[in-house]
Write a protein that binds this ligand. Structure first.
Ligand SMILES: Cc1ncc(C[n+]2csc(CCOP(=O)(O)OP(=O)(O)O)c2C)c(N)n1
Length: 323
């Protein structure tokens, strides 16, 4: 058991609400046609994974992210204003509006970027870990990936090289069981036995309830500490749930409304954490309300800021694209 200060628990609570409110606001703007560029993939339901891992990393550690990546960026410390501006393709965004929801990178807070090609961010994070190891730094790399990405060859190559070179990597699998409309059981072998997969590659393994932010955080801290101490890579297997469709507006013909509602009712990571906070005397109802309000105001402010921000000048579209 690691020591979790009261302050850290409240930061976790704030971060989870920040992610949920941000996702819901992005959906609202998308549905209104304000955020019309590209699709929006909600991480509602998965907030505990991003939060538990993000708050266990140092700001100078690296993450790489996926098409479902807003939560990863926020938990790593991204400014909600600049992130929302990026989603709206505005000049004030992290990539000056050239990246958008699925391609945002925020190097200032250690985000190597979100990648829309499934699995693409994983070797990039392993490469960053190799660079840090060669420089002799103690920075750790944590690529997030969905369980659908376990069918990608490059992910297996990444597991292999991280293991062979004993790199400081923590692979974070958000195992929500589904890839677009297909159950991962039907496309990844063995999608539910990641312990076996980790053993085969010589990765340290921890399986956790991804709806339990404290469990995720404790496991992440342990894996990160091992990586930082030169003890090699880990795989964090976080069982989680995607509450929304693959993207906003996706019809979800592959699961019933009853099923989705039951998942929301039974596996809400925020409700779960509220019970934890009450039972451990870590936050009073009033305090939780205030934190929730603060998260909501931060997102409203980010949305106002992003909408009021100017678009990039057309003459500059070709700039900042190549480095
Ligand atoms: C290489 C590649 N193949 C297919 C797609 C289309 N695609 C986009 S998201 C996705 C599912 C990804 O599932 P998973 O990795 O489990 O992430 P989740 O959506 O569950 O967060 C697919 C197949 C893609 N983007 N890249």
């Amino acid at each position: 058991m690691v020591d979790l200060s009261g302050d850290l628990l409240l930061r976790m609570y704030y971060t989870m609400w920040l992610i949920r409110d941000f996702e819901n606001k992005a959906a609202e703007l998308f549905m209104k046609g304000i955020l019309a560029k590209g699709g929006v993939h909600s991480s509602v339901g998965q907030e505990a994974v991003a939060t538990g891992v993000g708050l266990a990393l140092r700001q100078d550690d690296w993450i790489s992210s996926t098409h479902r990546g807003h939560g990863h960026q926020l938990a790593k410390g991204a400014d909600p204003r600049r992130l929302m501006a990026e989603l709206l393709a505005k000049d004030a965004g992290y990539c000056r509006g050239r990246g958008g929801s699925m391609h945002v990178a925020a190097f200032e807070v250690g985000s190597l970027g979100a990648y829309a090609v499934v699995g693409e961010g994983v070797p990039i994070a392993v490469g960053a870990a190799l660079a840090e190891a060669m420089k002799g730094s103690d920075r750790v790399s944590a690529p997030f990936l969905g369980d659908g990405a376990l069918g990608q060859g490059v992910v297996h190559e990444s597991f292999n090289l991280a293991s062979v070179w004993q790199l400081p990597v923590v692979f974070v699998v958000e195992r929500n069981g589904i890839a677009v409309s297909t159950s991962c059981d039907r496309m990844v072998a063995p999608s539910t036995r990641l312990a076996d997969l980790a053993r085969a590659y010589g990765l340290r393994y921890r399986g956790v309830d991804g709806q339990d932010v404290v469990a995720v955080h404790e496991a992440a801290r342990e894996a990160i500490a091992a990586a930082r101490a030169g003890q090699g890579p880990s795989l964090l297997d976080c069982k989680t749930y995607r509450f929304e469709g693959h993207y906003y507006g996706e019809p979800q013909v592959y699961r019933s409304r009853e099923e989705t509602e039951a998942v929301r009712r039974m596996h809400d990571p925020i409700a779960h954490f509220e019970t934890y906070l009450s039972e451990h005397g870590a936050a009073r109802q009033e305090e939780m309300r205030e934190i929730r309000q603060r998260a909501s105001e931060t997102v409203e402010d980010a949305a106002r800021f992003a909408q009021a921000s100017p678009e990039p000048e057309p003459a500059t579209y070709g700039e900042y694209v190549y480095a």
